[in-house]
Ligand binder design. Structure first.
Ligand code: UDP
Length: 430
């Protein structure tokens, strides 16, 4: 094959949410470093797919219905975008890589005879669960889940995953969600799947998916180690790093529930009291638009903690003062915490986050999950267990062990490093 002097372009189609944009940009950066151009500043070019759903309609939809409609209505506009790109800049598109939730993208790839690759920004175990769910019948599953034995049945040789762990909660009506799962796991004409994970974290799920998909699967993560690219949609408040600089090593609990999750006032108040009573310093992200703390509690909390609207999370987790991460267990946050060897308190909100929390607590054993309703006594206890007690020290040790394995996997010759290399070879032959 002749080596091209010019970089070939790759079209990346992210789902426009923080947790999906960040890994997609990191993937773009990783490929850019390997000789592809992906439409880093200045090597990225951003193209907007024209809006296909009126804002008034969007507000009436739940998240799953919205995603299904978005896919139904974006196909034609995306085809036009690709046609324009091909017309303006020549036929140099090596591949269209799309977020598995943006499955409408495949139709354009097919029409213009371009290779396409699916990118999954969640864990591979989550992807496996979607495959399992896509084959279920909603009403039968709901009846089955009333049976204790069936609830605890292991899913397709994937111990410790049982049917009750399948991530269905928080996504609205089951039937609609299963419909979305079918679309997401439908590989259509895609020639490969990229997953932001690494084999030392989820080897049995990876083998399962490889067998199921029968097209190459590239577990080349965690991408945030391989590539660093500014991708925050909100302004990061860096003053918290100065505050962290004044704290003792491993004393601080960092609290953030990602870019979407919302807590009720009652829970926020109980958390504030529990954190205050724990006597440990804490850094707490409370996004604007989410439930704010009542004034008097906010004053009290600022004696022992620091509150920001949005933090430079990776830098926070890297900081020597941070001893634990209280997280909603989004996949990016989970990977970022493991890579810094920081143990976690898990407060998942939806099914996918619950799945990650289960792996954090029961498989990797690097965190604890709060059971039942969150009240101040439970909050204080969890912080003490993680930051002060022996139990937390053991979790930290295991997290450090995982960190070393993960770092080895992204170094030259490691599993994720090789997966990225293989992907590049694959793209060059397509
Ligand atoms: N994040 C951040 N600052 C914050 C909170 C979150 O930069 O104050 C980043 C975090 O590092 C992660 C992303 O936002 O990369 C959240 O993604 P995740 O998958 O954990 O959760 P989601 O927001 O999708 O629920």
């Amino acid at each position: 094959m002749k080596k091209r002097a010019e970089k070939r372009r790759i079209v990346l189609v992210p789902l426009p949410l923080q947790g999906h944009i960040t890994p997609m940009m990191q993937l773009g950066q990783a490929l850019n470093l390997k000789g592809f151009s992906s439409h880093n500043f200045p090597d990225f070019e951003f193209v907007t797919i024209p809006e296909s759903l009126p804002v008034s309609e969007i507000e009436a939809f739940g998240p799953v219905e919205f995603l299904i409609k978005l896919n139904e209505t974006s196909e034609a506009n995306f085809k036009n975008c690709i046609a324009q790109l091909l017309l303006q800049q020549g036929n140099d598109i090596a591949c269209i890589i799309y977020d598995d939730l943006m499955y409408f993208s495949e139709a354009a790839a097919k029409e213009f005879k371009l290779p396409s690759i699916i990118f999954s920004t969640t864990s591979v175990t989550h992807k496996v669960c979607c495959c399992v769910l896509s084959k279920l019948n909603a009403s039968k599953f709901l009846i089955d889940m009333e049976d204790h034995e069936l609830q605890n049945k292991v899913v397709e040789n994937l111990y410790p995953l049982s049917y009750k762990d399948l991530p269905t909660s928080g996504f609205g009506p089951l039937e609609l969600y299963l419909e979305l799962c079918k679309e997401v796991v439908n590989k259509r004409t895609a020639s490969a799947v990229i997953i932001n994970t690494t084999s030392c974290l989820e080897s049995s799920s990876l083998s399962w998916l490889q067998q199921e998909f029968k097209i190459p699967v590239y577990p080349l993560g965690p991408l945030h180690i391989t590539a660093s690219v500014p991708s925050s949609l909100l302004e990061e408040d860096r003053s918290c790093i100065e505050w962290l600089n004044k704290q003792k090593p491993r004393s601080v609990i960092y609290i953030s529930f990602g870019s979407l999750a919302l807590m009720e006032t009652k829970e926020v108040v109980e958390m504030a009291w529990g954190l205050y009573d724990s006597n440990q310093p804490f850094l707490w992200v409370i996004r604007s638009g989410s439930e704010s703390l009542p004034e008097e509690i906010s004053k009290m909390v600022s004696e022992k903690g620091y509150i920001v609207k949005w933090a430079p999370q990776q830098e926070v987790l890297e900081h020597r003062a941070v001893g634990g991460f209280w997280s909603h267990c989004g996949w990016n946050s989970t990977l970022e915490s493991i890579v810094e060897g920081v143990p976690m308190i898990c407060r998942p909100f939806n099914g996918e986050q619950k799945l990650n929390a289960m792996y954090i607590e029961s498989v990797w054993r690097i965190g604890i999950q709060l059971k039942g309703e969150e009240e101040r006594g439970g909050v204080k206890r969890a912080v003490k267990r993680l930051i002060v007690e022996e139990e937390g020290a053991c979790m930290r040790e295991r997290a450090h062990g995982l960190r070393e394995k993960i770092k080895a996997s992204v170094r030259c010759g490691g599993a994720s490093y090789n997966a990225l290399d293989e992907l590049v070879k694959f793209l060059n032959t397509e």
